[in-house]
Ligand binder design. Structure first.
Ligand code: LLP
Length: 413
């Protein structure tokens, strides 16, 4: 559930009219709802309440400082995948000691930075990386907290591009190799075994894959215990899906109830790394209709928001719901593609949609809070969009629109 609702034919972000916000701040405009973010976090916390746990918000899904700061204020930890994300957490006032660091290609510099800052856990993805962590920790004279990211070879039953837990994916370490590495780690004075980690994929709409994964990880946990190795947490990663179209993902309560049952009696915390389910429906992208045009029978609505602002449709052929912020009669709806101004045929926000819109109308792409702004670019020398956070009847800019000069300020002739 989110707080972007229609009242008498007008779309509101909490208590503010989306058309007014578009007028005031310009378009394309990312609008986030603070109450929705808070509500989603509460849902995760409630679902995990019966067992000791830590929610680590996955920064890549929306890395705006205001979002990170809100999460930090609510006591959440973080999942980061680069030094840049870790520095963002710090810049937003988040606690690095509550952050886990994932990713297959951490450099020595990144490892050094994370260890110096007191990272909670490094989620290590290969034997090669483990050697680098040990080396870096030794050079710093610290003991590095480590979890191995296990690749359980479970099908997350999601889009291939966002599936990560199959053995042909680049992510993680097979169970057998992980077991052998844990034994090795126990002998390494520069490493502290902290957890078992996993992330099998994103936009999951069924609970079966995550339950299958939990069973595999708990089995490994028990096997390690028999060998005198204990871990303080099992990290199940992110992955809970959202409704973009007709998907019916489980609620956090339903997603985690089977997990809670499996962890009962285990002296081991549950970590999770949600991104999308936390922020997707807490954001919309508002764009203005520039022209309506047609090529033969094919109709297009051209907006000022394009694939550089929101790449999910172009990159994954992902469906995102698009509505007119000012409802117009359905009788006037036409079948059309909603496209951006970028010079690529794949620059679209939605294809084959029934929509009634006129020049100057504001369209809202729903579910744009996750992997929207964080994946945006300046392609075609288009400036990064403005982002605002709405709370009740107030709005504040959390990223101003980039200036033209900022597009080339780091370049020289
Ligand atoms: N943890 C790790 C290690 C991850 O790789 C990811 C996402 C997450 C947590 C958060 O997953 P979530 O709860 O958001 O599903 N750009 C794609 C999604 C890529 C996901 C990458 N990893 C999209 O727009 O659909």
């Amino acid at each position: 559930m989110d707080y972007f609702n229609f009242r008498e034919g007008e779309l509101y972000a909490e208590d503010l009219k989306v058309r007014d916000l578009a007028e005031k701040y310009g378009t394309p405009l990312y609008i986030y709802s603070q109450s929705t973010l808070e509500r989603h976090l509460r849902a995760f916390e409630r679902a995990l309440a019966p067992h000791p746990h830590q929610v680590c918000y996955s920064v890549k899904s929306n890395s705006n400082l205001a979002v990170i700061a809100l999460m930090a204020k609510l006591g959440v930890g973080f999942d980061v995948v680069s030094e840049g994300e870790l520095r963002r957490v710090k810049a937003a006032g988040g606690d690095v000691r509550k952050a886990v660091f994932s990713g297959v290609g951490k450099t020595d510099e990144e490892l050094r930075y994370a260890l110096n800052e007191g990272i909670l856990c490094l989620n290590v993805e290969s034997a090669e990386e483990l050697a680098a962590v040990s080396r870096t920790a030794a050079s710093l004279g610290v003991k590095a907290p480590v979890a191995l990211r296990v690749n359980p070879d479970v099908d997350a039953r999601t889009l291939p591009a966002i599936s990560t837990g199959l053995k042909n994916n680049k992510f993680g370490i097979s169970i057998e190799e992980a077991f052998a590495l844990y034994l090795k780690m126990a002998e390494d004075p520069h490493l502290k075994i902290s957890g078992i980690d996993c992330h099998i994929g994103s936009q999951m709409t069924s609970t079966l894959p995550i339950l299958e994964t939990a069973d595999i990880l708990i089995k490994l946990y028990k096997r390690l215990k028999e060998h005198g190795i204990s871990v303080d947490h099992i990290d199940l990663g992110g992955g809970l899906g959202v409704t973009y179209d007709a998907e019916m993902p489980p609620s956090p309560d339903d997603f985690f109830s089977g997990i809670i049952e499996r962890f009962r009696g285990l002296d081991c915390k549950i970590f999770i790394e949600p991104g999308r389910a936390m922020v997707a429906n807490a954001g919309i992208l508002a764009c203005k209709v520039i022209y309506k045009k047609h090529n033969g029978d094919k109709k297009f609505i051209v907006t000022d928001g394009g694939m550089n602002d929101l790449i999910r449709p172009a990159l994954y052929n992902a469906h995102m719901t698009i509505v007119n912020a000012h409802e117009r009669p359905e009788s006037g709806a036409e079948r059309c593609d909603i496209v951006g101004p970028v010079c690529e045929s794949d620059d679209f926000l939605g294809r084959d949609r029934l929509l009634n819109a006129e020049d100057g109308d504001i369209l809202a792409v729903r579910g744009a809070g996750a992997y929207g702004s964080s994946m945006s670019s300046c392609y075609n020398s288009r400036r990064l969009a403005c982002e605002i956070m709405v709370s009740g009847a107030s709005a504040r800019v959390v990223r101003r629109r980039q200036s033209f000069e900022e597009l080339w300020e780091r370049e020289s002739v």
